[in-house]
Ligand binder design. Sequence first.
Ligand code: GZL
Length: 321
Amino acid sequence: MKRFTTVAAALVLTTVTACGSGGSGGSDEADDGTITMGFAQVGAESGWRTANTQSIQQAAEDAGIELQFSDAQQKQENQIRAIRSYIQQDVDVIAFSPVVETGWDAVLLEAQRADIPVILTDRAIDSDDTSLYETFLGSDFVEEGRKAGQWLVENAEGETNVVELQGTTGAAPAIDRKEGFEEVIADSPDIEIIATQTGDFTRSGGKEVMEAFLRSHDDIDVVYAHNDDMGLGAIEAIRAAGMEPGEDIQIITVDAVEAGMEALAAGEINFIVECNPLLGDQLMELAEQVVAGEEVPERVVVEETTFTQEEAEAALPDRQY
Ligand code: GZL
């Protein structure tokens, strides 16, 4: 179904058509009313991302939406290239999770000029021009940081030294989870972040940074990791240093993917703030509304909770990711 004129020659980009005939999308194939969506994913850096990709691909199939999907290997230039290819293919709607907050105005202006609506999912952008996208669907990362900080304030005893494994530099979840955590611990002078560094949301990154922290600090009480994968890497580093994760050094993470929840249930992690990756169905509903020209909310924040060890043990059997 096309709202827009076809744009000239296509730029070649390897994309995986997750469902449908495998065509390139575009007006001729969409005359049967099928919506074509171009989705530019961040990468495959974490368990959360894998669950998010699966949710999007399955939801597109369930909704009968032709999905052009690309994996940017966490590089902004690859996402921009993918968005440009979707503009060339003249898809009905573009959706993406911006790997970092800035540097998107030019390519989103190109989409706007091609009259292709854009939906932000998962991560937000930092732009003054909110006309560049129709809506944002995802979590409140500042609130996630606050929840992590609140657990520590309620459970810390005396002087508490925290090391922080930050997510990808410049990414909305990294910036906001740090902001929310610091906002809450600010009123507890005994709690101090003695070291902070990005582990790029990966398990290997979390392990390497934690190894460095352990070499330069012998008084670490708590790890605050911006996602489970970096927390799992920290567990490896803590064990290799002859200490007991969850006991000698407490660990707080964000996401609540299966591997993180299993570590929490086993007592290696002490608290997890959930970040829901299952955005697919809501994304497809929003896409259908946007393509139909219907009004959509500026921001759609998803529901999510937190888990202690006991809550993880109870929740694990029913988890979808
Ligand atoms: C959060 C998402 C983050 C996850 C990480 O919505 O962008 O990126 O917390 C993932 O696991 O890499």
